[in-house]
Design a protein around this ligand. Structure first.
Ligand SMILES: [Zn+2]
Length: 105
């Protein structure tokens, strides 16, 4: 399970407690699956990511968090394969993305 990241949100799966499930496409974290072991919808994972950034970095505006999450998810193989309308819209620049990641520590 080392060097593994969640296909749908990019979260590192360093620990067994981060892990949700594995299917033919790869591994998913516990945040990205439903109680009956299905991958959540794009909207659910997107909104969860927006909430995560707004909580993790106080003062983050919703519109900015949305652009960050859209950039992150659009780069993930799972969403390249499973295109969703929910990821259409403005995305953060590389610089903004690096800055917010550095704030997460
Ligand atoms: Zn995930």
């Amino acid at each position: 399970m080392h060097n593994n990241t969640c296909l749908a949100c990019g979260m590192p799966l360093n620990d067994k407690s981060d892990f949700g499930m594995k299917n033919e496409q790869g591994s998913f974290c516990k945040h990205c699956i439903t109680p009956d072991q299905k991958v959540k919808s794009c909207e659910e994972i997107f909104n969860g990511g927006v909430q995560f950034f707004m909580t993790a970095i106080p003062g983050t505006e919703k519109n900015f968090a949305e652009r960050i999450v859209r950039k992150n998810m659009n780069n993930l193989p799972y969403w390249k394969k499973n295109k969703s309308l929910c990821l259409k819209g403005a995305i953060a620049t590389d610089k903004e993305f690096q800055e917010i990641l550095s704030k997460l520590g």
